[in-house]
Design a protein around this ligand. Structure first.
Ligand SMILES: Nc1ncnc2c1ncn2[C@@H]1O[C@H](COP(=O)(O)OP(=O)(O)O)[C@@H](O)[C@H]1O
Ligand SMILES: [Mg+2]
Length: 487
């Protein structure tokens, strides 16, 4: 997976540097054939000092704001005639975004108008110390990355500031103060994800920030000069069919924001929009080598305890970068259950497939849950399993259950629900997901869950996410290498 990403990255970089070499940059900026929202954004400079370009990913936001920064540096903005702006800052949160900004600036800047000694490296950009682009008239565009903290801009006056990712409100305020006496231009190009954008929305509602917003429709991809339809880097025509494909790759509730640049995630129907019985319900193929994993959502209330057994086919990793997931079995009861009952349900799943506990490659459960004096967690289920297997101590049990960790990286954290569900959804999109028809409760949950935290349908889906902990990490999950064959 990592290797594939790196390969694509290198290919892209190689292509980009070929482009840079063949088309002279002066040509590139003046030859830009803007898309309608890019043109509308540029034109709005005539009337507004604070402007926002808000669309989904990959709609040319960074490109047009880089172009505008160059126009301003040279004093050649087509819709805002003013003398060159001496000092401009482009502000990003992450280094990768910073590099995207630098690459856009470099590829568009007319090289004949740069100060001597300017250079760009596709890995290091303008250099890591104080990345900047200096023009022959003395204008400069500096690139600043905020990471977590604020900017420490004390003393500086900046003519124009460009945010290429949603900034923290404190950073925004700091910047506004810095531009006040020097022209006061603020520009933002962003998809409203990754950070709470409420304050930006309020600025728009208060008519302080001019908002150019375009959803991803076929019309958004018609070039304004030539009337041609936009193509992706790999040559796909961006028509309605392509848009539908792009939408299907996202979790449905993220589509309004990620694809269409809307302010808020919104659910339209089922969370797993792509889940389709014809494609995704069926027994696994026979004679397949599988790594088998267990996921447990501990619960004491009625219908709250759930366990799922999955088989992961890692042979597809090389071909598609991802393993294929076969959900083999579920254990769930509508009643309140004891740890003994949960353990019996888990062992029954394994028995149905002719396997035993030791055949598991790994297993995960969430943190313990309590009901009155009762407690149910990994240790309690392990105890019940070992008693049922006649083992003296937990240490004789292998594999031991691991905790599906909370927090960002773990399967039980908040961001993890979106990440994990998104991962499962993408396996559905690429037909690398199949549930055995006897998992009736999980199938019902995949059909009905709407993404709400308190839903009765969340337990089976949580258990499934936990069972896929290793698969999502791209690892085997430790344990003994045991490939099981479905017969
Ligand atoms: N008007 C345009 N004509 C041709 N290609 C464009 C145009 N605008 C952007 N691109 C290309 O589209 C890709 C995505 O642009 P980018 O500015 O990075 O999008 P965003 O910032 O919205 O994610 C880049 O490869 C860029 O060179
Ligand atoms: Mg961008």
């Amino acid at each position: 997976m990592v290797a594939a990403d790196r390969y694509i990255g290198l290919r892209r970089a190689a292509r980009a540097s070929r482009e840079l070499a063949t088309v002279t940059a002066a040509d590139r900026l003046s030859a830009m054939d803007w898309l309608p929202h890019q043109q509308a954004y540029l034109e709005s400079a005539a009337e507004h000092r604070w402007r926002l370009l808000r669309t989904g990913n990959r709609l040319g936001k960074t490109t047009v704001l880089a172009a505008e920064s160059i126009y301003y540096a040279l004093g050649e903005h087509p819709f805002d005639p003013r003398p060159p702006i001496r000092e401009q800052w482009a502000i990003t949160i992450s280094w990768s975004q910073s590099l995207a900004v630098q690459q856009a600036l470099w590829s568009l800047a007319p090289k004949s108008r740069l100060a001597p000694g300017q250079s760009y490296d596709f890995r290091r950009g303008f250099g890591s110390a104080n990345p900047s682009l200096l023009f022959d008239n003395g204008s400069v565009i500096r690139i600043r990355t905020t990471n977590q903290g604020s900017l420490n801009l004390a003393g500086f006056q900046v003519g124009r500031i460009w945010f290429d990712e949603p900034p923290a409100p404190e950073v925004w305020d700091e910047c506004v103060a810095r531009t006040r006496t020097a022209g006061g231009l603020i520009a933002a190009s962003l998809t409203p994800v990754g950070r709470d954008c409420t304050f930006l929305r309020e600025l728009v509602d208060a008519d302080k920030l001019y908002d150019v917003h375009t959803p991803m429709t076929p019309e958004a991809f018609v070039h304004t000069r030539s009337g041609r339809i936009y193509r992706t880097d790999d040559g796909r025509v961006c028509n309605a069919a392509w848009i539908e494909e792009v939408e299907a790759e996202c979790l449905p509730y993220t589509v309004p924001v990620r694809i269409h640049g809307e302010w808020e995630f919104r659910l339209q129907g089922a969370f797993f929009g792509e889940f389709d019985h014809d494609r995704h319900v069926g027994p696994p193929p026979r004679n397949l080598d599988l790594d088998v994993y267990l996921g447990i959502d501990h619960g004491y209330a009625r219908g709250n305890a759930a366990a799922v057994l999955v088989g992961v086919d890692r042979s597809t990793i090389t071909a598609t970068s991802y393993p294929t997931v076969y959900v083999l079995d579920e254990s769930w009861a509508p009643a309140v259950t004891t740890p003994e009952a949960d353990a019996a349900g888990i062992l029954a799943m394994l028995r149905r497939w002719g396997w035993s506990w030791g055949d598991l490659r790994a297993g995960w459960g969430d943190i313990p849950t309590h009901a009155g004096a009762g407690r149910k967690g990994n240790l309690d289920v392990e105890d019940a399993v070992r008693r049922s297997l006649g083992l003296r101590s937990r240490d004789a049990l292998f594999p031991r259950l691991a905790t599906a960790k909370r927090g960002r990286g773990g399967a039980a954290g908040r961001g993890a629900v979106e990440y994990g569900s998104g991962w499962i959804h993408r396996r559905m999109v690429s037909d690398q997901f199949r549930v055995h028809p006897h998992c009736t409760r999980l199938i019902e949950s995949l059909d009905k869950w709407q993404g709400d935290r308190d839903s009765e349908h969340k337990h089976l889906i949580d258990a499934l996410r936990y069972a896929l902990t290793a698969a999502m990490r791209g690892s085997s999950g430790g344990g003994a290498a045991r490939r099981l064959v479905v017969r």
